[in-house]
Design a protein around this ligand. Structure first.
Ligand SMILES: CCCCCCCCCCCCCCCC(=O)SCCNC(=O)CCNC(=O)[C@H](O)C(C)(C)COP(=O)(O)OP(=O)(O)OC[C@H]1O[C@@H](n2cnc3c(N)ncnc32)[C@H](O)[C@@H]1OP(=O)(O)O
Length: 226
């Protein structure tokens, strides 16, 4: 299946053979041993690319471009898709979201959690939701908030030499509007760790205002579990 645009047809992810994941890898995701990010390398084109991609998405959301600009952009994106398609690799080898040394893990799906500090029991830092994450009337989209919590708590629950785990539940309470375009504080901490079950909580604040809070259960994977 392709999009209706005949100039730049876009195959669906199901039909695009260059988007295969390769074989599944139980417990094979990147581990995090420390919350301290190494100093950014002098020359890190991947980090630059991801930072630009984030900013680009904010500008796509914010702009009301004329048709000529949109057509040119569609052509540029189609050209980049064609250039990247032959470079597709398996999940094991992919770079996107696997760069745990970069802010935001080198991905643009979830908002950029900028770590200020952390240890075995907790982590804290900041996040600024860009225009891309706007739900409506200045407020962040409700789905983008659990996305942040899953990112922060998932990383905490998988950190400090712990075995790989997955989110079993993630309960989010929305307490006040989460504003777009403001630096917010984020804190995540361990509540308990019993057997395979890791209970963690997090909060998202705008100054003294509690915007949202969450509780997650992460369950350590048994051998062979994907
Ligand atoms: C991708 C990861 C990258 C990590 C890299 C790190 C570095 C980079 C950071 C990335 C940060 C992103 C982190 C994303 C993390 C995800 O988002 S993972 C994706 C979303 N989650 C999933 O897809 C999980 C789907 N569910 C499952 O696979 C299985 O249900 C689970 C969670 C593994 C549990 O199944 P199970 O192994 O059969 O365990 P089960 O025996 O049913 O339950 C074990 C215990 O937990 C309890 N339990 C299980 N589920 C529940 C529930 N929903 N409610 C209450 N209790 C429950 C059971 O009652 C049982 O309790 P006890 O009887 O022992 O007291």
């Amino acid at each position: 299946m392709t999009s209706v645009n005949e100039k730049h047809p876009v195959p669906s992810p199901i039909d695009d053979p260059t988007l295969g994941l390769g074989s599944a890898e139980p417990g094979g995701f990147p581990q995090v041993d420390s919350w301290t990010l190494p100093a950014a390398p002098e020359d890190d084109p991947y980090g630059d690319m991801v930072a630009n991609l984030r900013s680009f998405l904010d500008h796509v959301a914010a702009a009301k471009p004329d048709n000529a600009t949109v057509a040119e952009l569609a052509g540029d994106l189609a050209a980049w898709r064609a250039r990247l398609a032959p470079m597709s690799v398996s999940e094991r080898e992919q770079v996107f979201a696997h760069r745990t040394d970069l802010p935001g893990r080198g991905q643009t799906m979830s908002p950029n959690f900028a770590i200020e500090g952390g240890d075995r029991d907790g982590v804290w830092g900041t996040v600024t939701y860009g225009r891309y994450y706007l739900g409506g009337n200045g407020a962040v989209h409700g789905g983008a908030i659990p996305l942040l919590f899953d990112e922060v708590l998932g990383r905490l629950a998988n950190s400090a030499g712990r075995s790989p785990c997955r989110t079993a539940y993630l309960h989010t309470d929305f307490r006040a509007i989460t504003p777009v375009g403001r630096q917010l504080s984020v804190r995540g901490w361990f509540v308990s760790e019993e057997g395979r079950k890791r209970v963690v909580r997090a909060e998202l604040k705008d100054g003294d205002t509690l915007c949202a809070e969450a509780e997650g259960l992460f369950v350590a994977l048994n051998p062979g579990q994907p």
